[in-house]
Design a binder for this molecule. Structure first.
Ligand code: MN
Length: 194
């Protein structure tokens, strides 16, 4: 199978000022394209050639194939979770109930995911995921790792590799993470939670 770029459901400048057009052009157009190209080249003629990115992440040994598959899935989840004008600034329904059950409140979940993302040392991701029982967890993962590798279903992510924010925020990672909450499309996150 050939791995493809996700199609962005918004224009390159639609997420400004939270994420600039220039950052989309580099982060989506160049970084993600490179991960997709690398993955397609690496899996050729291997046991992973016909596997989905989820299957590769669950089974590949640590190394280039796993790293690039992780980054393809991570960025696909990342870029498809945004909306230029979200209809709501918080989730509802079963997701909101689960957040209240597992974190006490929506504000507390936001705080914990922001703290995990801002405090991650080096390059990586902050995640909100559901385990097999539907319980929610916040984790931070280094480099291209994805909670899927540990049997969890990722539903929301914050990319804190410097390429995600440095053009717009330079060293101010915390300001970027704070701003990200304004463009989360909760309808998408709710669907992932299912
Ligand atoms: Mn990235």
């Amino acid at each position: 199978m050939t791995h493809e770029m996700p199609k962005l459901p918004y224009a390159n400048n639609a997420l400004e000022p939270v994420i600039s057009q220039q950052t989309i052009e580099f982060h989506y157009g160049k970084h993600l394209q490179t991960y997709v190209n690398n993955l397609n080249n690496l899996v050729k003629d291997t046991e992973f050639a016909d596997k989905t990115v989820e299957e590769i992440i669950a089974s590949a040994p640590d190394g280039p194939i796993f790293n690039n598959a992780g980054q393809v899935l991570n960025h696909t989840l990342y870029f498809l979770q945004f909306h230029q004008k979200p209809s709501r600034k918080e989730p509802m329904g079963t997701l909101l109930e689960a957040i209240k059950r597992d974190f006490g409140s929506f504000e507390e979940m936001k705080k914990q995911l922001s703290t995990a993302s801002v405090g991650l040392f080096g390059s990586g991701w902050g995640w909100l995921s559901a385990d097999k029982e539907g319980k929610l967890h916040i984790t931070k993962e280094a480099n291209g790792n994805n909670p899927w590798r540990n049997g969890m279903r990722p539903i929301l992510c914050i990319d804190v590799w410097e390429h995600a924010y440095y053009l717009d925020y330079q060293n101010r990672r915390a300001d970027h993470v704070e701003a990200i909450w304004n463009i989360i499309d909760w309808e998408i996150v709710e669907k992932r939670f299912g």
